[in-house]
Design a protein around this ligand. Structure first.
Ligand SMILES: Cc1ncc(COP(=O)(O)O)c(C=O)c1O
Length: 388
C-alpha cells in the first residue's frame, strides 16, 4: 500500500481514540494524542501519584531538562532558550508581561491574528499607553512579497514589536515568517511568532529564524497531551523576561538562576503533559515526518480542490506546500457559517470548523494520521446535501 496516496486507508486510525461515530477534521483546533503518548503521560502521572515528594523534589528537574533537550533538538533551538508553558496563550502572556513599552510605542498586528492574541496585546496597550496597529493583509495572496511589503509599510520609528502567526488561525495560511523576521530585525523591531500550529506541521529551526520570541502548543499537530506548550526567548531578551505568575522559580534551591527557571516551578501542578513531548516526537518520527506531512498535505489538498469546485469559490492562496500543509481553507458560497458547523455535527457526525473572517465564511479542513479519504468523502456528501 502506498501510504502517500491519499486514496489509501489510514493504518494509524486505531492509534487515536477518536469516537467511532465521529469524522474528526479539526486536529488544528484540538487533537488527541496517539496511544503510546497517552501511555507515557499515564506513566508520569503514576510516578507522581505513587510518591509525590520523590517525584517533585528529585525526579521532576532532571525529567524537565531531558524533555527540554528533546524539544530543542526537534524545534532547532538551544535548550537554554526554551521553557515549557501550558500552551501558546500562556507563552504569549509571558511575552506581553515582559516587553518594556512606553506611551506612543506601537505593536504591529494584522487581521489574520488569533482573536485571543489580539486581546492580550490590546490590554497591554491600555496598560502602557502603547498603540496596537492592525494591518489589513493582502487577500487573496499570490506571492510572499505582498505580505512582507504590507507589514514593512506599517513599520515606523515607533514600532517596537511585530506579532505574527506562523500558520494563521482563520485561513490556515503559512506566513513567510523568515523574511518578515529578517526585515523587522533590520529595523531593530522585536518579533514574536505565534506558532501553535507549527511543531510537526512544518520543519522548525527557531534559533536560525532570528526572532525574539516564539510561542507554540505541542498539543496541536505534534499531538502531545493538552498542556504542553513552549516559549522560546532569544538570548538577547532573556534578562528582561518577567513571568506574570511568580512562584519559587526552582523548588530547590528555591531561587531562579536563569530566565527559564521561573517557569520550571511555577506552583504545584501536573507536568506530565510536557514531560510526554519526547514521546510525541518519537511517535511521529517513527511514522516519519516526511511521510506524515506528505500524506496529510495530499489529503488537505484533495479536500481543498474538491470543495472549491463544489462551492465554485477560489482559495485565497496558490495551491502549494509553501502556503498550506495538513490544513486547508476553502471560501464558502453564501451560507450561514455558524448554522453549517452545527448541522454537520448534529446530522452527519462531522466535526470541522466553519470560520468567519472579513465577513466571508470559510471551511478549514485539518487532516491528521487517523484521517483518510473516506472521511473526506463523507464531508463532501454531507456538504453536497446541506448546500443543495
Ligand atoms: C494562531 C493561533 N494562535 C494562538 C492559539 C492559541 O493556542 P492555545 O489555545 O493552544 O494556547 C491558536 C489556537 O488555535 C491559534 O490558532
Amino acid at each position: 500500500m502506498n501510504l502517500l496516496d491519499p486514496q489509501s486507508p489510514s493504518v494509524w486510525r486505531d492509534e487515536f481514540p477518536i469516537r467511532s461515530d465521529t469524522v474528526y477534521l479539526n486536529h488544528g483546533s484540538f487533537g488527541p494524542s496517539a496511544r503510546g503518548v497517552r501511555q507515557r503521560q499515564a506513566d508520569w502521572k503514576r510516578q507522581l501519584d505513587e510518591q509525590p515528594m520523590d517525584f517533585f523534589v528529585r525526579r521532576l528537574e532532571p525529567a524537565w531538562f531531558d524533555a527540554r533537550r528533546a524539544l530543542g533538538q526537534f524545534v532547532g533551538a538551544r535548550p537554554e532558550n526554551l521553557a515549557f508553558v501550558e500552551n501558546a496563550t500562556s507563552g504569549m502572556n509571558v511575552v506581553a508581561n515582559s516587553l518594556p513599552l512606553a506611551p506612543g510605542d506601537e505593536i504591529l498586528l494584522n487581521d489574520q491574528e488569533y482573536g485571543a492574541v489580539q486581546r492580550i496585546w490590546r490590554r497591554v496597550a491600555e496598560q502602557t499607553g502603547a498603540r496596537v496597529v492592525q494591518v489589513e493583509l493582502p487577500w487573496p495572496i499570490e506571492a510572499p512579497e505582498q505580505i512582507v511589503d504590507s507589514l514593512l509599510r506599517a513599520m515606523g520609528p515607533a514600532t517596537r514589536l511585530l506579532v505574527i502567526s506562523h500558520v494563521t488561525s482563520p485561513t490556515a495560511v503559512t506566513m513567510p515568517i523568515a523574511e518578515v523576521t529578517r526585515r523587522a530585525a533590520e529595523r531593530g523591531i522585536a518579533v514574536c511568532i505565534d506558532g501553535p500550529h507549527a511543531p510537526a506541521y512544518l520543519p522548525l529551526e527557531i534559533d536560525a529564524l532570528g526572532c525574539d520570541y516564539y510561542v507554540a502548543s505541542c498539543h496541536k499537530w505534534l499531538s502531545a497531551p493538552l498542556g504542553s506548550g513552549f516559549l522560546y526567548v532569544a538570548p538577547r531578551r532573556q534578562s528582561t523576561i518577567r513571568v506574570p505568575y511568580l512562584s519559587w522559580g526552582r523548588l530547590l534551591p528555591g531561587r531562579p538562576e536563569t530566565w527559564s527557571d521561573e517557569l520550571l516551578w511555577s506552583g504545584t501542578r501536573d507536568p506530565s503533559a510536557y514531560l510526554s513531548i519526547p514521546a510525541a516526537i518519537e511517535f511521529l518520527a517513527g511514522v516519519g515526518f516526511d511521510l506524515f506531512r506528505a500524506r496529510t498535505h495530499a489529503l488537505a489538498r484533495h479536500a481543498r480542490a474538491t470543495l472549491a469546485e463544489m462551492f465554485g469559490t477560489v482559495p485565497g492562496t496558490p495551491d502549494s506546500e509553501l502556503w498550506y500543509g495538513s490544513m486547508a481553507h476553502v471560501p464558502l458560497p453564501h451560507v450561514d457559517a455558524s448554522e453549517l458547523q452545527g448541522r454537520l455535527w448534529r446530522e452527519y457526525g462531522i466535526e470541522v470548523p466553519i470560520v468567519e473572517w472579513r465577513r466571508q465564511g470559510f471551511i478549514r479542513v485539518s487532516c491528521h494520521l487517523y484521517n483518510d479519504i473516506s472521511d473526506l468523502e463523507k464531508l463532501f456528501r454531507a456538504l453536497h446535501a446541506l448546500l443543495r
